[in-house]
Write a protein that binds this ligand. Structure first.
Ligand code: ATP
Ligand code: MG
Length: 548
């Protein structure tokens, strides 16, 4: 990385695009877009520079400047990527919204995020936003990606504005601490929080791109996450471009055959996906490496949820490669703990901290103090020493909540984990999901992973159900593989199977079958919802629930 010309700071979009466009990678494909209807569009680094400059000029022309929020509600179309980079160049703040959100979550995020500009399509605008405009006084401009002409005051045609703007833009001085992204968390445990990230995050994106993703010149990378979630911006936009490689964007939603086809025909060399997708492959009993030519694929990574050991083993068998799990959060801005390609994978482990990141297992002593647990294999709170470049700088409009994340010189992640003697970290569960049963603390992940080892099980979600005698009992919800019918016999078999492996204190006492487990739009199992439904309690914020 080089910083902005003339020593005027550090800007993510300059590092990701202009630096390459002005050098030998000018004609190298930066983005390859695969449309859901079969169209393909390539953008070289040179073209991406020109397009993002145009977008930055559009913002400047509209009077949008440093720190103003630009939200995008769109499918994974090229305009989304151009808008992200152009917004960063203009030192405005990019806030992606997941395109399948309904009006309520959109309203919450536009309003909480103080959006001044919204980039969207005519259909989305009229279905989801137009009736909210009166309640969003800060929203000044809606830029429509598919309108040929301006439709009225505040309702503008993006193609027209882009065509009328110059391809030349000089990035204003950017302090590494200037805000760059506003990202809402996935809402797995409650109301989503708006995490603020700054330009300095680019350092983490670079380091993790190099050491975790293993980017090398000529690589073709595909991150399947939508930019509505932070993985889809940190690794779906920034990190691959920083390394000057080709980034594949698939507009379509999950489809196992399509995905196999993309891996083969695009010669993808590094693939970043999520347990939810891997479990869908497993459920279909697909063995892609048998039917597709995957010889270009070198590394597979996974993030978002714990990766069951069974999935790592499946990768080796069905993809011809193991799957490298890594752990991070919206708040951390980039990967923090990972099974690096350069080290031995321990199936079920999140791996080890990346260079420059200090992670520990701590125990809370009181409101202001924590104690580091030095001995291995003891469960505690997963904590990080603040100061890594991509650390969030705040929860928007929630200073108090932000402050509470930091105790005794550590950032507390809200996840529970263990560290083994070799420094590998093992996810136990979210602090909210831990089950207290007969004096044991049971993490749902361990129980879910064991159930997944049974050939009939496609997915499992485990909760604690209050019990007057033992505190909570372990209860599992299980989705079966296609063609397998739920029965009392199978239920007992699964309980026996889990008991044998986990012991009776930890194994589920109750199992319910469900055709599908409730997940949020980022694909994460929503245990809090399983629990609320089980107990007949209010379901809480469901703005990110899938198929909601
Ligand atoms: P919210 O904070 O709104 O409840 P969320 O925590 O799901 O939602 P994200 O920031 O998208 O929002 O997810 C980060 C969380 O996902 C982590 O704190 C952890 O619980 C889980 N997670 C991510 N990657 C892994 C992994 N490799 N192994 C285990 N858990 C993971
Ligand atoms: Mg969280």
């Amino acid at each position: 990385m080089e910083g902005l010309p003339g020593g005027k700071g550090l800007n993510i979009a300059h590092e990701a695009v202009d630096r390459h466009a002005d050098g030998p990678l000018r004609d190298h494909v930066a983005l390859r877009w695969l449309g859901s209807e079969g169209a393909t569009r390539d953008f070289t680094y040179g073209e991406l520079k020109g397009q993002s400059n145009r977008f930055a000029n559009v913002l400047r022309g509209l009077g949008i400047g440093k720190g103003d929020t630009v939200s995008v509600l769109a499918d994974r179309i090229p305009e989304l990527y151009i808008a992200a980079l152009g917004t960063l160049k203009n030192t405005s703040v990019f806030c992606p919204l997941f395109s399948a959100f309904g009006p309520e979550p959109i309203y919450q995020r536009l309003s909480k995020g103080d959006a001044k500009v919204l980039v969207t399509s005519q259909r989305r605008y009229s279905q989801k936003v137009s009736h909210l405009m009166d309640t969003l006084p800060k929203l000044q401009h809606v830029l429509l990606v598919d309108a040929e002409d301006h439709l009225g005051k505040g309702l503008l045609s993006l193609p027209r504005l882009l065509a009328e703007s110059s391809e030349v833009f000089s990035i204003p001085p950017t302090d590494p601490e200037d805000s760059a992204f506003l990202h809402f968390t996935s809402g797995t445990t409650g109301m989503p929080k708006g995490a603020i990230h700054v330009h300095n995050a680019v350092l983490t994106h670079y380091v993790t791109g190099k050491y975790v993703m293993d980017f090398h010149p000529g690589d073709i990378f595909w991150c399947t996450a939508d930019p509505g979630w932070i993985t889809g911006t940190s690794y779906g936009i920034v990190a691959p471009l920083l390394h000057g490689i080709t980034n594949i964007i698939d507009e379509a939603d999950f489809d196992a055959m399509r995905w196999c086809h993309i891996l083969e025909s695009e010669k993808v060399s590094i693939w970043y996906t999520a347990p939810t997708a891997i479990r869908r492959f497993m459920r279909l009993s697909l063995e892609p490496s048998r039917h597709y030519d995957l010889r270009h694929l070198r590394v597979i990574h996974s993030v978002g949820e714990p990766l069951n050991p069974e999935a790592v083993v499946w990768g080796q068998k069905a993809m011809g490669l193991p799957i490298h799990d890594n752990w991070w959060q919206t708040e951390t801005g980039g990967i923090m703990i990972a099974n690096f390609p350069a080290m031995e994978i321990r199936p079920g482990s999140m791996g080890r901290p990346i260079p420059g990141v200090e992670a520990a297992i701590v125990r809370r002593i009181d409101k202001d103090t924590v104690e580091v647990i030095e001995e291995p294999e003891i469960q505690g709170d997963l904590a990080l020493r603040p100061g890594w470049p991509s650390m969030f700088r705040g929860y928007l409009h929630d200073e108090e909540r932000y402050r509470k994340c930091f105790v005794g010189g550590w950032y507390l992640t809200g996840d529970l984990a263990k560290r083994d003697a070799d420094g590998y970290f093992w996810f136990v569960g979210r602090a909210d999901d831990i089950i207290k049963t007969s004096g044991h603390m049971v993490g749902p992940f361990e129980v879910e992973s064991t159930l997944m080892e049974h050939p009939a099980v496609a997915e499992a979600g485990v909760i604690g159900k209050p019990d007057p005698l033992i505190g909570e009992i372990v209860k599992a919800f299980v989705a079966l593989k296609p063609g397998i019918n739920p029965s009392e016999e199978l239920r007992l078999e699964l309980i026996g199977f889990a008991r044998k492996k986990l012991g009776s204190a930890v194994a589920p006492k109750e199992i319910d079958f469900q055709p599908n487990l409730p997940k949020n739009k980022a694909g994460k199992i929503m245990r809090r919802l399983l629990k609320a439904r089980e107990l007949g309690l209010p379901e809480g914020d469901l703005s990110t629930l899938e198929n909601n």
